[in-house]
Design a protein around this ligand. Structure first.
Ligand SMILES: NC(=O)C1=CN([C@@H]2O[C@H](COP(=O)(O)OP(=O)(O)OC[C@H]3O[C@@H](n4cnc5c(N)ncnc54)[C@H](O)[C@@H]3O)[C@@H](O)[C@H]2O)C=CC1
Ligand SMILES: O=C(O)CCC(=O)C(=O)O
Length: 524
C-alpha cells in the first residue's frame, strides 16, 4: 500500500483521485502528528505551511515525491530533495487567475482606500472627505516579472485603461510583441510607473530588488504592491520610504516572515495587508490540489510528470517515444559499471540514428543512474544522477549522429577509467527488445538481462566446452550463450546468460582455466 502524507490543508475535491485509489492510503495530518511513522510515507503533499527541510527529508527515507499545491517552492529545500533523489513537483498555473485577481483587488483597494474607509464606517464614522482616492484609468502600471500572474495582471490593467510597462529580463521580444506590452528596463519602469507590482519568484537576484537604491528611482507618490513573495520589496527600505512620504501607499499579501508579528509596516495607515491570500479561493485550491494529486498519481504509476522542479519535463508523447531507450540506457549503465570496476573519469554517450532526434536528457540521466547504482550507497535515480556524477568527479557528455551505423538506432557508451577504456553499443529493436551489439571491441549480440557471465579468452578449440563442463558440474544452467572474436585464433569472448548468479568460488575456478584472461559477473 502506497502511503501519502498531506500535511497542509488541501481541497478534498482536488485530492479525490488519490482518495479514490484503493492502493493508496492518504493521511491528512501535520508532520508533528505523525512523527513516529514518517519513514513509511512514499509521497508528501504540502502548501506553504510545511517546511520541507533537509532534516524532514532525512526523517522520510522512503519518500519519492513532494508535491507542492501551489507555485512557489521556497518552503522546500529543492537541492536537498535532489540530493536524496526525491522528485519535487508543483502546480504552476492552478492559482494564477486567483492571484492576479487578488493583486487587482489590492490595487483597487489601495488607490481608493477601501480597507481604511471600511474600518471607519464600521466604527460608526461617516467621513467622506478622508477617503478621496485616485483613478486607475490612465495611470502607468509597472509590472516586474511577466510570467503567468504578471501577464494576467496586465490584461486586467488594460481593461481598466492603464498603460502597462513590463520589466522581465527573461521575456523574449517576440512574446512581448505578441501580448502587446511596453517592455522596458528596470530603470525606465521605476521612473515611469505610478503603481508598481512585483510578480517574480524570490531568488538571489530578486531579493531586495525594490530596496533603498531602486525605491529612490521611483516617482514621488508611487504605490507598491507585492502579492508574490516577501522580501522582493525590502521591508526595512519600505519603512523609510513610507516615513519620508515618498511612497503613497503599499499593498502586501506576503512578508519576509509569515506571520509578520508586530512589524513596523503594520502601523502605517497607508499600508494595506492580507495574510497571504493570493491563492485562497475555492477554485484555485481545487485546481492546485487536483494538479498535484494527478501528477503524484501518474508518478506513482511510473508515468512521466510534467511539472517537476528537479527533473527534465516530459510530455506523455515524448515519454512514450523515449521509454525503450530509457530502459536500454539504464541496463547499459549497470553493465558498464560492473565491467569497469575501477574509478572512472568520464562517460561519453553517442546517440545515433532515430534516438538522436529524441529528448535524450532523460535517457542520459537513466544511463548515469544505472552506472552509479552499484557504486553509491544512497538512492540514485534520474533526479540526482547528474549531481552525484559531478560530486564524484565523473564528467559526462552527449554526442549525436544521424547515422545509426547499421542499426536503426544505437547508443554507444565509452567509459574512461584510470587504466583502461571500455566501449559498448546497444540498440533497441521493436518487438525483439534490447540488444548489446558491441562489447569491449567485439561484435556480439546479447540481451542485457539477468545473470550474465562475461569471459574473455584466446580463440582455441575446446574453450566453450571447458566452461560449459565446469558450470554443469556445479549445477549452473546456461540459458543462452553468445560468442564473438576479433580474428580466428585471436582474442575472443563469451557472454553467457545463467539461470542463477555465480558464487566467488566458481569465478575463481573459471579464472584458473588456461587461456581465459577475464571473468566478470554482470548482474542486470
Ligand atoms: N500570494 C500568493 O498566494 C501567490 C504567490 N505566488 C507567487 O507569485 C510569483 C509569480 O508567480 P508566477 O507568475 O506563477 O511565476 P512565473 O514563473 O510564471 O513568472 C515569474 C516571472 O518572473 C520573471 N523573473 C525572474 N527573475 C526576474 C528578475 N530578476 N527580474 C524580473 N523578472 C524576473 C521570470 O522571467 C518569469 O517570467 C511567484 O513568486 C509565486 O510564488 C503565486 C501564486 C500565489
Ligand atoms: O498555498 C498557498 O495558498 C500559497 C500559494 C503561493 O504562495 C504559491 O502558490 O506560490
Amino acid at each position: 500500500m502506497v502511503r501519502i502524507l498531506v500535511s497542509d490543508a488541501m481541497s478534498e475535491e482536488g485530492l479525490a483521485p488519490l482518495l479514490a485509489d484503493p492502493t493508496i492510503e492518504v493521511v491528512q495530518k501535520k508532520v508533528t502528528e505523525v512523527e513516529n511513522e514518517l519513514d513509511t510515507f512514499d509521497a508528501l503533499l504540502v502548501r506553504s505551511a510545511t517546511k520541507v527541510t533537509e532534516q524532514l527529508l532525512q526523517n522520510m527515507p522512503n519518500l519519492k515525491i513532494v508535491g507542492r499545491a501551489g507555485v512557489g517552492v521556497d518552503n522546500i529545500d529543492v537541492d536537498a530533495a535532489t540530493r536524496y533523489g526525491v522528485v519535487v513537483i508543483n502546480a504552476p498555473n492552478g492559482n494564477t487567475i486567483s492571484t492576479a485577481e487578488h493583486t487587482f483587488a489590492m490595487m483597487a483597494s489601495l488607490v481608493r482606500r477601501i480597507p481604511q474607509a471600511h474600518i471607519s464606517v464600521k466604527s460608526r464614522e461617516w467621513n467622506r472627505s478622508a477617503f478621496v482616492g485616485v483613478e486607475l484609468f490612465g495611470k502607468h502600471l509597472g509590472i516586474i516579472g511577466f510570467g503567468r500572474i504578471g501577464s494576467e495582471v496586465a490584461k486586467r490593467a488594460r481593461a481598466f485603461g492603464m498603460h502597462v510597462h513590463v520589466y522581465d529580463p527573461f521575456l523574449t521580444k517576440a512574446r512581448a510583441e505578441k501580448i502587446g506590452v511596453d517592455v522596458c528596463t528596470l530603470d525606465e519602469l521605476l521612473a515611469q510607473a505610478d503603481i508598481i507590482t512585483v510578480h517574480t519568484p524570490l531568488t538571489k537576484e530578486t531579493k531586495g530588488l525594490l530596496g533603498q537604491k531602486n525605491l529612490a528611482k521611483t516617482k514621488k507618490g508611487v504605490y507598491l504592491i507585492n502579492c508574490a513573495r516577501g522580501g522582493i520589496i525590502d521591508e526595512q527600505a519600505l519603512v523609510s520610504f513610507l516615513e519620508n512620504g515618498h511612497v503613497a501607499g503599499v499593498a502586501l499579501d506576503v512578508f519576509e516572515q509569515e506571520p509578520p508579528g508586530d512589524h513596523p509596516l503594520l502601523s502605517f495607515d497607508n499600508v494595506i495587508v492580507t495574510p497571504h491570500l493570493g491563492a485562497s479561493t475555492i477554485e484555485a485550491q481545487v485546481n492546485v490540489a487536483t494538479q498535484v494529486a494527478e501528477e503524484v498519481l501518474k508518478f506513482l504509476q511510473g508515468k512521466p510528470v510534467t511539472s517537476s522542479i528537479n527533473l527534465p519535463t516530459l510530455s506523455k508523447d515524448v515519454y512514450e517515444k523515449i521509454q525503450a531507450f530509457y530502459t536500454l540506457a539504464r541496463k547499459m549503465g549497470i553493465v558498464a559499471s560492473q565491467y569497469m570496476s575501477e574509478p572512472v573519469q568520464e562517460i561519453a554517450i553517442t546517440y545515433s540514428g532515430s534516438v538522436a532526434d529524441l529528448e535524450t536528457t532523460f535517457i542520459t540521466r537513466s544511463l548515469l543512474a544505472g552506472f552509479l547504482k552499484p557504486r553509491v550507497a544512497s538512492t540514485v535515480n534520474e533526479v540526482n544522477a547528474a549531481m552525484i556524477a559531478k560530486e564524484r568527479g565523473i564528467a559526462f557528455s552527449e554526442k549525436f549522429s544521424a547515422n545509426g551505423n547499421d542499426y536503426n538506432n544505437s547508443i554507444t557508451l565509452t567509459v574512461y577509467g584510470e587504466n583502461k577504456t571500455f566501449t559498448m553499443k546497444g540498440t533497441h529493436i521493436a518487438h525483439y527488445g534490447d540488444r548489446i551489439v558491441h562489447f569491449n571491441g567485439f561484435a556480439i549480440d546479447f540481451a542485457p538481462e539477468g545473470h550474465l557471465l562475461y569471459i574473455q579468452h584466446h580463440d582455441k578449440p575446446g574453450m566453450i566446452g571447458k566452461v560449459g563442463n565446469i558450470l554443469g558440474d556445479h549445477q549452473v544452467n546456461i540459458a543462452t550463450m553468445q560468442v564473438g572474436r576479433q580474428e580466428a585464433g585471436g582474442k575472443a569472448i563469451m557472454m553467457l546468460s545463467l539461470d542463477k548468479p555465480l558464487d566467488d568460488a566458481l569465478v575463481e575456478i573459471l579464472e584458473k582455466i588456461d587461456d581465459i584472461d577475464v571473468v566478470k559477473r554482470l548482474e542486470v
